[in-house]
Design a binder for this molecule. Structure first.
Ligand code: ZN
Length: 283
C-alpha cells in the first residue's frame, strides 16, 4: 500500500519501530512528495506515529449510525485505529443503554490513511475524535440534533435564546465511562476551562468517585495552542498495545495510573514500576 503525502510530512520523524516493522519514506518523482509505505504485514486499523505527526493503516470506519451514535461529519474523515473505533462505539452504546435517548454525535477522526486533515493540526493517526456535548432544550429535555454551541462555566450556551444548557449528567457520564472503563487508553479530553469547571462541579455534587474526579482533573484540559474547545470534546487516546510494535508513538504525559509502554506490551514491569504502583495502591 502506498500513501502519498506532502514533502513536509515526510520530513517529520519516522516512527521508530523494531525489526518487525519497516516504514519507508522516499522522494517520489520530481514533485515535492514522499511515499509512505508501511510494512505490508501491518494489520488494518493500526495507528502509526504521533497524533500530530502520524499515519493510519487502513483506518477502521465509524458508521453513520450505530446504537446511541450519529455521525455529523463526512465518512472520509471518520476513520480511526481499531481501538479508537471500538471505544467510541462501545461508549455510545453504553450511554444509550443507561440514559434514555442519549445520542453521541461523533465528528472528525482521521482519513482512512491518516496524515494531515484540513482544519486540524492533529487527527493524523486515528487516535483523535471530536464529540459534541450533550445538551438540554429550554424545556429541560435532552436535545437530539447535532448543534455546535459555545458554553461557559455557568453551563449555558453563549448568546443563544431561548437558553440551551449543557446536559451535565450525560456529559459527566461520558467522561466517567471513558475514565473508568478505559483508563489505559484516554490521554486527553480537550475542553475549555469553563466547561471543565461545570463538569467537575457536577461530579463533586453528585458524589462521583474521588479517583475518577482526580483523573478528570488531569485529563480534562484546555489546550494552549488551539481553540478553547468550548463547543465540543476532543478525545485523544494512547497507542493501543498492539499498535506499538508497528511504530505507534505516544507523547507525554503518561499519567501515573497508566502503565508504561513496556508494561502495556505485556513485558514484566521493572522494579521501580512495581514500587510506584504499590505507592499508588493499584497493586
Ligand atoms: Zn479535534
Amino acid at each position: 500500500m502506498l500513501f502519498l503525502a506532502p514533502r513536509a510530512a515526510g520530513r517529520r520523524r519516522a516512527p521508530t519501530a523494531p525489526a518487525a516493522a519497516t516504514l519507508l519514506a522516499a522522494l517520489c518523482g520530481g514533485a515535492a512528495c514522499t511515499a509512505f509505505q508501511p510494512d505490508p504485514l501491518t494489520p488494518p486499523g493500526t495507528s502509526v506515529g504521533a497524533p500530530n505527526d502520524g499515519w493510519l493503516v487502513e483506518g477502521a470506519p465509524v458508521p453513520d449510525r450505530a446504537a446511541g451514535l450519529r455521525a455529523y461529519r463526512d465518512a472520509d474523515r471518520r476513520h480511526g485505529s481499531r481501538r479508537t473505533v471500538e471505544i467510541v462505539t462501545e461508549t455510545a452504546a453504553w450511554l444509550a443503554a443507561r440514559h434514555e435517548g442519549a445520542v453521541l454525535h461523533v465528528g472528525d477522526l482521521s482519513t482512512v490513511s491518516g496524515g494531515k486533515i484540513p482544519g486540524h493540526s492533529s487527527h493524523r493517526s486515528g487516535r483523535d475524535v471530536d464529540l459534541l456535548f450533550f445538551t438540554l432544550r429550554p424545556d429541560g429535555t435532552p436535545a437530539t440534533s447535532a448543534r455546535f454551541h459555545r458554553f461557559g462555566a455557568d453551563g449555558l450556551a453563549v448568546g443563544v435564546s431561548p437558553p440551551v444548557r449543557l446536559d451535565l449528567e450525560r456529559n459527566w457520564a461520558l467522561i466517567e465511562h471513558l475514565l473508568e472503563e478505559y483508563p489505559q487508553d484516554v490521554q486527553w479530553i480537550f475542553v475549555s476551562w469553563g466547561v471543565k469547571t461545570a463538569l467537575i462541579s457536577w461530579a463533586l455534587a453528585v458524589g462521583a468517585r474521588p479517583a475518577t474526579v482526580e483523573r478528570a482533573l488531569s485529563v480534562l484540559h484546555q489546550p494552549s495552542d488551539s481553540l478553547p474547545h468550548d463547543d465540543h470534546f476532543h478525545v485523544r487516546f494512547y497507542c493501543a498495545p498492539e499498535d506499538l510494535p508497528w511504530g505507534c508513538a505516544d507523547r507525554p504525559p503518561i499519567w501515573p495510573w497508566v502503565r508504561r509502554r513496556f508494561d502495556r506490551t505485556a513485558h514484566a514491569p521493572a522494579d521501580d514500576d512495581v514500587l510506584r504502583e504499590l505507592a499508588l495502591g493499584s497493586l
